[in-house]
Design a protein around this ligand. Sequence first.
Ligand code: SAM
Length: 233
Amino acid sequence: MTWQADIITLFPELFPGPLGISLTGRALEKGLWACTAHDLRPHGKGRHHAVDDTPYGGGAGMVMRPDVVASALDALPGDGRPVIYPTPRGRPFSQRDAKRLAAGSGVVILCGRYEGVDERVLEARGVEQFSIGDFVLSGGEIPACALLEACVRLLPGVMGSSDSATEESFENGLLEYPHYTKPAEWEGLSIPSVLLSGNHRDIAAWRHDQSQRITQSKRPDLWAQYASRKPGI
Ligand code: SAM
């Protein structure tokens, strides 16, 4: 069954965008996933198809109307796929979320604009909220692409080697070790000699050690979780 992504947006021309090339683009061509962007505008109100209005309580900016958003969501088949709203107010999106979503039949993504979406429709339609980082973008389209790429590359048949996913950052709770390729000497910099040793056990041990060091120094939050699961550390 094809993994189906439906995206509700004011800018449907942005899809598949960067997802139409390389790994995700080839997977799209092969029918391993499908991507349909739905224009929110026709669901808008009045002569100008307004999708937003001023915030109750005052303040700057505009808010996307619940009735307009609900009309767009309800026009899609109610097939149980998770509905996701990318927002800085959401839970941080993680590799675990990508795996869970990739294991299902697809997603519906609601792209916000302006100050965001009326809270009532998010609650009433059981929408999951995810952030892609502690910064603010102008719209949900780029976060939607990031979420989708993270999921699609995990779908069966999308990545060439099944090893590529299992060795990556976050798979074992650690960041990945550093990579090196030819030339072995570049601008006076050589590569770690263990990588030339041909001893696969030593190489694996060195990589694991590097993963631990990098995680400890760059992501103390991940390291604390990892260390709590490994009493020997
Ligand atoms: N007023 C919102 C706030 O302060 O949390 C920001 C709204 S932002 C200008 C417009 C839209 O961009 C959001 O509704 C959301 O869909 C998207 N967006 C912006 N930053 C994001 C982030 N870090 N993660 C996920 N979505 C984001």
